[in-house]
Design a protein. Structure first.
Length: 273
C-alpha cells in the first residue's frame, strides 16, 4: 500500500494554496505530485466557477473532481462536466432587488453554472475580473433565464458590504437561503444548505473515502464549514479569526508553502489522520 492511499486533501485556493501574487510555488507543486504518486487523492474546493480557475487546475492537475461555487457544484475537469450541482431558487431575485434598491452602486454578479453576468459594476467587480480573468458579460439579474448557482454582492467599502449582509439577513425570506462572506469585498447568496463543508462530504462519498481520512485547508470564513467537516481541519496562519478558531491545527501561511508543509508532516507523522 502506498503512503497516502485512501487520504483526500482538499485545499482552498485564494489565500491558502495560492500565494499573495496568485501563483503556486514549486514546492507546493512538487509536494502535490509526490502526494498523488503515493496514492493520495488531491483536489481543491473554491468559491470560483470552473471556467475562472481553468489555468489553476491545468497547473495543479488534481486527480479527482474539484468543488466549486462555494459548495454549489462538483466539477470533473477531465470529463469537462459537472458531477453534481444545486441551483439557487429563482425567487432569490426578490432579495437581490431589495439590496439593489437600498444600496445604489453596490456591485452585483449573477453566476450561472457556465458564466458570470455583471449586473451592476463597480471597483470591486472590476477587481474580480482582474483576478479571475473572466469576461465582462453584462446582463441585468432580472433577465437571467438560466439556472443560477449563486449571486455575489461586491463593494470595496466594508461598511456597505455589511449593510448588504444586514439587509439580506433581515429579509422575511432570508431563512430560505444561505449567505456567506467569501472575501473582504464579496458577500454571496447561496442555495439553502450549500457550503464548502457540504460539498467536501459529497465529494468524499463520490470517491468512497471516509470523512475521517479527509484533510481540508483554508483561510477565510467560507472555508470554516469544510475545516470543521474534515477529518483534519487546517487553517493557514494568515487565516481569519473564524477560520483559526475552527481549525484542529494551524500551519504556515499561504506564502510559506502551506500545502507542502502539511504533506511533509503527514508523511513524517508529525500530524496524523
Amino acid at each position: 500500500m502506498r503512503k497516502f492511499e485512501g487520504i483526500l486533501i482538499c485545499t482552498d485556493l485564494d489565500g491558502t494554496l495560492l500565494r499573495n501574487d496568485k501563483s503556486v510555488s514549486s514546492k507546493n507543486l512538487d509536494a502535490i505530485e509526490y502526494f498523488k504518486s503515493e496514492g493520495g487523492a488531491f483536489t481543491f474546493i473554491t468559491g470560483r466557477m470552473p471556467h475562472s480557475c481553468r489555468k489553476i487546475y491545468e497547473t495543479l492537475k488534481p486527480n479527482v473532481p474539484f468543488g466549486c461555487i462555494n459548495g454549489g457544484g462538483i466539477y470533473d475537469h477531465i470529463k469537462g462536466e459537472y458531477v453534481w450541482t444545486k441551483a439557487l431558487d429563482p425567487t432569490a431575485t426578490e432579495l437581490v432587488r431589495h439590496v439593489d434598491k437600498a444600496l445604489l452602486g453596490i456591485g452585483i454578479e449573477v453566476c450561472t453554472f457556465d458564466k458570470i453576468y455583471f449586473s451592476r459594476d463597480n471597483e470591486a467587480t472590476e477587481n474580480v475580473r482582474k483576478v479571475t480573468g473572466c469576461p465582462h458579460i453584462v446582463k441585468d439579474y432580472e433577465d437571467v433565464d438560466e439556472p443560477i448557482a449563486k449571486v455575489i454582492f461586491a463593494d470595496t467599502d466594508e461598511e456597505r458590504l455589511l449593510q448588504a449582509a444586514k439587509i439580506l439577513r433581515e429579509h422575511p425570506r432570508s431563512d430560505e437561503f444561505d449567505f456567506i462572506r467569501s472575501e473582504l469585498t464579496l458577500y454571496e447568496i447561496l442555495p439553502k444548505g450549500i457550503s464548502k463543508g457540504n460539498v467536501l462530504t459529497k465529494l468524499a462519498e463520490h470517491l468512497n473515502i471516509p470523512m475521517s481520512k479527509t484533510v481540508a485547508l483554508g483561510d477565510y470564513n467560507n472555508d470554516v464549514s469544510m475545516i470543521r467537516a474534515a477529518g483534519l481541519g487546517i487553517a493557514v496562519s494568515n487565516a481569519s479569526e473564524e477560520a483559526l478558531r475552527a481549525a484542529d491545527i494551524v500551519t504556515v501561511s499561504n506564502d510559506e508553502d502551506a500545502v507542502a508543509r502539511v504533506i511533509n508532516e503527514l508523511e513524517t507523522g508529525k500530524i496524523k489522520i
